[in-house]
Structure formats: structure tokens, C-alpha cells
Design a protein around this ligand. Structure first.
Ligand SMILES: [Zn+2]
Length: 420
């Protein structure tokens, strides 16, 4: 690998660098995506080596292989920091059911929703889970994505969570993109525990005392996550699980305040979570908590759109309060069946009222921070992995503009070309 010639990216109309500290951009700093014109980018040994005037880089590196950006926009590869991309089957019937007026929690109470995906996953061989996920994720270069977080949470038993996390590890070893694995054993109380009088507490104990320690021991996940929502896990139960995660060295994430305010944002801050995700129903207190903490607010507007809800996370109040906002797809078979992160950027602008620069920062440097990778990816800056996306448009504002049809022409992961 080290013997490969350097790459010199020339003739980009803009290079969106997002360069700066190895941390999420917060508040007003989100508006600066570090857009540069008239520069070339040198990549050596899979990393960004320099950004400078094209003539100087050509002179100093005559051995470099020239990559013609053809007047397009070069950005950091996008980071999708919240997905459930390994699953057994789609849930198209629920899409119609919701449209007819049946609610999300009602569908769950009828054994649909997450329970359905649990049944499906437990009945599916690991090889099939891997092959199906790899096939689905082949679309990532078309969306400019070079890093993707993937959660378990459709196993909900020690064995089935292990199977799902092993499948995620095998996907990670197969696809060219970087994968961040998260254990979401606390996604739902499995039906076999719901029927028992003390079943909820027993399941929380199982997750905290057996599943997370095993997952950490076997290095199957970087993060643990909990679905904190009325009818799923309470803030107190989520706290038990996240404290157990910290005790075994796992990072913390939280599905927080999605449909109802349950003090999820404050809990995420209290346990030093790397991210608090969803937040469509966050309170003013929750906004203030996130504004004063490193925890990234990860917003998932495609989910609320697909659920047919009017309510969206208060992105502007979060940014104006000084919080760090990330955008992700929430790709999953029930409530957000899309890997189209540029479409989420469109929603970021049209629905959440971000600027194009804020939306790009949210899906690059801030997505990287939400994945614990702020020092590795999400910036076009010397020393960073050469995770890049090239877009066939002359202006970065056209990336969220081409609604549903992202103009990405190529990506590079650690300097290696990955095309659609
Ligand atoms: Zn989720």
C-alpha cells in the first residue's frame, strides 16, 4: 500500500474542507464548512498530505497520479452516524398501516414494528444477513458515504445480538467503507420478557450484566445504545444500561426524545454519551443540556417524514443555543428505509432550516464526532484519512439541492477509489 503513487486532486471548483479542530462544530461555527477555491489536494499513503496551490503541488510531486475533479466539488466522504442496516426483511405493510391512521406505538403493541424485525432476524441465517446487507450497502458510493455506523437491536437475546453483531463485523470486513458497530440490545423489551411480571427489570439486567459485558469482551461493538421512550425503556432503565456500558468500556449513544420528551437529552449528557439521537420532542431543558455538553445532537429528519409526522427536531434552536448537530439517515426497515444521506441533507435545509454549509458540516465532521472518529475522518485536512466524495456540480449548495438524486460521481476510502 505504501508503495502506491500519491494522488493529486486538481480542478475542483470547490474543496469543502470542514477543516479545524478534531471535534464537532457547534453553534455558529457550523456555518463555516471551510470552502476553498483554486486549491489542489495531495493524498499519500491513504491520508490527506497537503492542500495547496495546484502549481506548487504539481511541481513538488511530479510522481503523483492526477485525479481530474472536472470542475466538481470535493468534500469529505459523508458519515452516516445512525443506521440499523443489518436486518432480515422490509416492513412495507406497516407503511400503509400508518398511512391509514394506525400509530407507531400501536403497531409495536400489536407485535409489529421492532418485534417484527426481531422475529425476522432470529429466523434468518447469519450468512443471509451478511449477504443482504452487503448488497444493500453497495449503494453507499452513489450517496457519497464513506463511513457508516450500524446498530444491532433486532436480536434482543445474548445469542441473537451476538449473531447480529458478528454479521455487522463480517459486513465491515467485506465492504470498502468504514463501519462503526453499536450494540442496541436495549432496543425493545422482547416479547418473551414482556409476558413475565418482572420481565422488564429482568431484561434490563440481562442487557447490563450479560449482553454488554460479552459484547465488550468479544470486541463486537464500539458503542452501546438504548431506545429511551415511553413504552420502551424509561430514563432510569436507560441509565442502568448506559452505566453498565461505561463500566465495560463501551461508548454511549441514546435514542432520545423521539416521539415524547422523556428527559432523554439530559440523560445522554449525564452519562457523557457521544450522541443523543432523534430529539424531535426535546424540551427547552434538553436543548440547554446539549448546548453545554460535548454530546452531539444527531437529527434524523427522514424518519419523521416517513412516519408522516409534522413535528421535526428543533435544529435551529439547538444550533442557536450552541449545540453540535449531526444529520444521519436512521436507515432501518420500519421507519426510514433509505441510505440516501444527501436526501437527508435536502431535508436538513428544506425542513430543519439549515444552510447548505451547516448540513454538510452535520454529515461530515459532526457525523464523525458522533461516531467517535473526529480525529480520523470527516475533514479534508492534513493527517486525516483520505475519505473523499466528488460531486458533479460546481457549487456545494447543489449537493442538497438535487432533491433525491445525489450528484456524487466517486468516493475514496483511505485514498482507495470506490465508485457507484
Ligand atoms: Zn435508530
Amino acid at each position: 500500500v505504501t508503495a502506491a503513487a500519491p494522488l493529486l486532486f486538481v480542478d475542483a471548483a470547490e474543496v469543502v474542507t470542514c477543516a479545524g479542530p478534531a471535534a464537532a462544530r457547534r453553534g455558529a461555527a457550523m456555518a463555516d464548512a471551510g470552502v476553498r477555491r483554486g486549491v489542489a489536494v495531495l493524498v499519500r499513503d491513504g491520508r490527506v498530505a497537503a492542500i495547496d496551490a495546484p502549481a506548487a503541488l504539481r511541481r513538488d510531486h511530479p510522481d503523483a497520479t492526477v485525479v481530474d475533479c472536472a470542475g466538481g466539488v470535493l468534500t469529505p466522504g459523508l458519515v452516516d452516524s445512525h443506521t440499523h442496516a443489518v436486518f432480515a426483511a422490509p416492513r412495507a405493510a406497516e407503511h400503509e398501516l400508518r398511512a391509514s391512521g394506525v400509530g407507531y406505538l400501536e403497531i409495536a403493541a400489536r407485535g409489529g414494528g421492532i418485534h417484527r424485525s426481531v422475529r425476522d432476524l432470529r429466523a434468518t441465517p447469519e450468512d443471509t444477513l451478511v449477504a443482504d446487507a452487503v448488497a444493500r450497502l453497495a449503494v453507499l458510493p452513489r450517496h457519497g458515504v464513506t463511513t457508516i455506523e450500524i446498530k444491532s437491536g433486532y436480536g434482543l437475546s445474548l445469542d441473537a445480538e451476538r449473531t447480529q453483531l458478528r454479521a455487522i463485523a463480517r459486513v465491515a470486513a467485506t465492504i470498502p467503507q468504514r463501519v462503526v458497530p453499536t450494540c442496541l440490545a436495549a432496543h425493545e423489551v422482547p416479547l418473551e420478557f414482556r409476558d413475565r411480571p418482572d420481565g422488564r427489570a429482568e431484561y434490563v439486567r440481562l442487557v447490563a450484566e450479560e449482553i454488554l459485558p460479552a459484547v465488550a469482551r468479544e470486541r463486537l461493538a464500539t458503542f452501546a445504545d438504548v431506545f429511551c421512550e415511553p413504552g420502551v425503556f424509561t430514563a432510569a432503565e436507560a441509565r442502568t444500561v448506559l452505566d453498565a456500558a461505561a463500566a465495560v468500556g463501551l461508548g454511549r449513544k441514546l435514542h432520545a426524545d423521539e416521539l415524547h420528551d422523556g428527559d432523554g437529552a439530559a440523560l445522554a449528557v449525564a452519562v457523557s454519551a457521544t450522541s443523543a439521537d432523534h430529539l424531535a420532542a426535546i424540551s427547552a431543558t434538553g436543548i440547554a443540556a446539549l448546548a453545554a455538553a460535548p454530546t452531539v445532537a444527531t437529527l434524523l429528519p427522514a424518519t419523521m417524514l416517513f412516519l408522516g409526522r409534522d413535528r421535526q427536531a428543533p435544529a435551529r434552536p439547538l444550533i442557536e443555543a450552541g449545540a453540535a448537530v449531526a444529520l444521519a439517515t436512521d436507515f432501518n426497515p420500519g421507519t426510514s428505509p433509505t441510505l440516501n444521506l444527501p436526501l437527508v441533507l435536502t431535508l436538513g435545509v428544506s425542513v430543519l432550516h439549515l444552510s447548505a454549509a451547516e448540513a454538510l458540516v452535520a454529515a461530515t465532521v459532526n457525523g464523525a464526532a458522533a461516531s467517535g472518529l473526529a480525529d480520523r475522518t470527516g475533514q479534508v485536512a492534513p493527517g486525516y484519512d483520505a475519505d473523499l466524495a466528488l460531486w458533479g456540480v460546481p457549487d456545494h449548495r447543489e449537493i442538497p439541492y438535487w432533491y433525491g438524486a445525489p450528484p456524487c460521481t466517486a468516493t475514496w476510502v483511505r485514498g482507495k477509489l470506490v465508485t457507484p
